[in-house]
Design a protein around this ligand. Sequence first.
Ligand code: CAA
Length: 375
Amino acid sequence: MRLRGYFTPIVQYARTLRAISPVAQQRFEGSTMFTDTSLGQQLSSQCRRSIPWQRATPLIFSQHQCSAFHHHSVARDLAGKRQELAHSIHTCRCLHQEMGTVEGTTQGRILKGKEYTCIQAELLEGGAIGLITLDRPKALNALSEALMKEVLDALQTYDADPQVGAIVITGKDKAFAAGADIKEMKDKRFVDAYASRFVFHWNSISAIRKPIIAAVNGYALGGGCELAMLCDIVLAGEKAMFGQPELNLGTIPGIGGTQRLIREVGKSRAMEMILTGKHFMDAEEAAQKGLVSRVVPGSNDALLAEAISVGKQIAQQSKPVVALAKECVNAAYEIGLQEGIKKEQSLFYATFALEDQKEGMQAFIEKRKPDFKHK
Ligand code: CAA
């Protein structure tokens, strides 16, 4: 592969850091525990061989992590070495783009020529995964109108991109999202909310055909919990905390919380959470009740890596078949059992019109991996 291209600037970067200060070196080590891709493992072992001071640290590199290099705060420690480091970072960034990152990535804020201010959007894994990182950590990722507009725009961009097989949405620091932006909406009158169809457009997330995986760590409250429930798969980090505290603010959930939570956790628990506005649900309980599929132990990075790995597994399937399956499962929310079964049956029959169905079944018989063409 293009391993050598990746490896050289990373070593260069690491050497530069080593020359600068032990503090910078520690930060570099601390920030480089990422995914377990085979590319990452190869890089890791090469790095361990070539950079003796890293022997004790199980360094694992990935495309995603390379993009993180330029977020690095070591710049503060650089003094006279600034230029050398800048060169290495630039090389890493160029390679990252070359390996399939979004066009002209500027710290993940530009996607297909559109610049975002409240989120980061990056294509990972050669373009197979569209990542959206909610990025208002100081406001605990409060879902302002501008942020939600950007989320919808990025989702629609990924949905229209034939390379993308799955989308991951995640938060930052201690929040997935602490709800709709209270400061922004506090002065709205009924007539403003009604006339502008306030938050109505969030529901268009349901129209996205590509699977959406929420990687939730920290607070997922109010609109944040509702956003997670609008996704197709929810993975929780150990610190995830779900709740619908709208009643504390003198309002009620407005983006499906009263409808979806009851389906996920049952009427009594949903009522307790919504009516008290206080009884939050931690990650373990959320997994027990089925609000999330499972808890991923470890850091935010471990959670994100797992979400990307699930996304990669989905991206390897036939894209039209994934879309049909998602449509069928979601129909169970909307329609009764008999109607749902009829819908499933017609979409099941429809898969027999796809080349991918022929390929998938032939590959099984020939005991090989299917080579899906997505048609
Ligand atoms: N909107 C706007 N700003 C928010 C916010 C929100 N939903 N949640 C947190 N913030 C801001 C805080 O105002 C604070 O900003 P300042 O530094 O400028 O004061 C900053 O984020 C950090 O928050 P805290 O200091 O409160 O952090 P904490 O760790 O002490 O508490 C918390 C964390 C328990 C999540 C608390 O912030 C909180 O209760 N947030 C509000 C949660 C909430 O009620 N969500 C529902 C919103 S309504 C909704 O979502 C309706 C809907 O269905 C559409």
